[in-house]
Design a protein around this ligand. Structure first.
Ligand code: ZN
Length: 499
């Protein structure tokens, strides 16, 4: 068989697995956006079957044969083809280590556990959720045992979301970050400047929708290949040709829907930025969640909390909400957009204290996986950590350990990606500002094309050519470090609170 024919057959096989993955994604999106309350059991079965098909397609023994063939003919392959073969090999070897029965059971349990979490969270019933969480933890440990890991099962959880990372590497980065962050949070807390975001009240949902569609389209999202809906927990699902994003509205917290929509749009634009022709191959896929989160956090924070951005959108905001903003000056509005105040809920957190929420979760996950913390003791451990890191004690588990969907879906090791994403975003921000001067003037004119073009070339179009840390090094010339994030936070929030 010629290498060209083998390569074409490999791509067809990868594409088939990818298509089943997208079907799975649409079922998952529909589950969170549209599913009638008593239809959850059927959806769990549907997801389990499609996951089984996807797993069989991705683990098709023919893929293994084709990879063997292509690996023996490396010299005949182009550099891009070599990347595809290398990453496809890594994926394939992982897939075939997981028994189909396990994969099916994991999908079914994930769906059941999601619905249990949603109703237990509503009632603040940790005891009701605990058996589901224990099951998710057992499944995750089992998965790590099938796949193998560096030093501990939690390393696999980290690597699964951020290829090449280990728990130890994350721990070192977080320790350095925490050292710089805690004094900054204290200094801001002691500042006489107050943001008063609570003054923004009574913003009708329909007009909020208008604003966020205009903003997300202007920054570069292509709505002919995606849509925005509402769900309990905002998310972005899908790949380049069809992106499903969600947000949630609160008339008395108008900035929440907008910023979570911009966040999800950052994810969506990353997916849209990968070449359509390469969808389903490693060159049309994201590196991992840290880099994914760097794209969402970049647009949400570095861009959408900048003065330039609001020079562009403030007039439109005032046009849509003249009464609500009548007594709010531009400076007060900008401060409300950049309000810093410790909160119990991660999703409501400002970008300074947000990282402390992640450090809290990372510490607890590590202990859960090491076996030094039992599920039953999790609420107390959570509350103690919240007190230590944020200075706040949750009044109930709904505002504590039950607030996030991730563990319910078995997504252990995912939280660190948010904080890694913040670090990567800041590192990219320093780099792009050096290479493309005058970006904030672009934003003020409503022109985001030079920035998006830079991200497309440097990040989106790279696909999975590099792992997380390699990509950061290649693009910025420096290893991943929390220092740019600390510099960025001191610059932006120092100017507002520590004048
Ligand atoms: Zn995100």
């Amino acid at each position: 068989m010629s290498p060209t024919a083998a390569y074409a057959e490999l791509l067809a096989k990868l594409k088939r697995a990818h298509l089943l993955h997208t079907v799975n994604g649409i079922l998952g999106w529909d589950e969170q956006v549209n599913l009638p309350p008593d239809s959850a059991d059927l959806r769990a079965e549907q997801l389990a079957v499609v996951t089984e098909l996807e797993h069989a397609a991705a683990g098709d023994p023919r893929i293994g044969e084709l990879l063997d063939e292509l690996e023996s003919r490396q010299a005949d392959l182009s550099p891009d083809e070599r990347v595809v073969v290398k990453v496809a090999r890594r994926d394939y070897d992982r897939v075939v280590k997981l028994p189909p029965e396990f994969v099916k059971e994991r999908a079914r349990q994930g769906s059941l556990s999601y619905h249990a979490w949603a109703s237990c969270r509503e009632r603040s019933d940790f005891a009701g959720f605990a058996p589901f969480l224990q099951k998710q933890l057992d499944l995750a440990r089992k998965e790590a045992a099938y796949l193998g890991y560096d030093a501990a099962p939690y390393d696999y959880m980290i690597d699964r979301h951020d290829p090449g990372m280990t728990a130890g590497a994350v721990e070192a980065l977080f320790a350095e970050l925490k050292k710089g962050l805690v004094p900054l949070v204290r200094a801001i807390a002691a500042s006489p400047v107050e943001a008063h975001a609570e003054r923004l009240r009574g913003f009708p949902e329909a007009l909020q929708r208008t604003l966020l569609s205009e903003v997300t389209e202007r920054i570069g999202f292509n709505y002919r290949r995606g849509r925005m809906d509402v769900s309990l927990h905002p998310f972005c699902e899908g790949s380049g040709a069809d992106i499903r994003m969600t947000t949630r509205f609160d008339e008395d917290r108008p900035l929440d829907a907008l910023f979570s929509a911009i966040h999800e749009t950052g994810h969506g634009m990353y997916e849209q930025g990968m070449p359509l022709a390469l969808q389903g191959t490693p060159l049309g896929e994201a590196v991992g969640m840290g880099v994914h989160e760097s794209q969402s956090r970049f647009w949400e924070n570095q861009v959408a909390r900048s003065r330039g951005f609001w020079r562009c959108f403030e007039p439109r905001l005032r046009e849509l909400f003249p009464e609500q903003l009548r007594t709010v000056s531009s400076e007060q509005l900008y401060l409300a957009i950049n309000a810093v105040k410790p909160t119990l809920i991660r999703m409501d957190a400002d970008e300074v204290t947000y990282n402390l929420h992640i450090i809290l979760r990372f510490e607890l996950e590590k202990r859960l996986f090491a076996g030094s913390l039992a599920v039953a003791d999790l609420p107390a451990a959570w509350n103690a950590a919240a007190k230590e890191l944020l200075g706040l004690t949750p009044p109930d588990d709904r505002h504590g350990v039950l607030q996030d969907v991730h563990w319910a879906c078995g997504m252990f090791g995912y939280f660190p990606s948010y904080c890694l994403g913040n670090m990567i975003a800041s590192q990219l921000w320093e780099k792009v500002r050096g290479e493309v001067p005058g970006l904030e003037e672009d934003f003020a004119r409503g022109d985001f094309s030079r920035l998006l073009g830079w991200l497309r070339r440097n990040i989106h179009e790279q696909g999975r050519r590099y792992d997380t840390q390699e990509l950061v090094k290649v693009v910025t010339g420096a290893p991943l470090t929390p220092q740019p994030l600390l510099r960025y936070l001191r610059e932006r929030y120092g100017a507002l609170y520590l004048r």
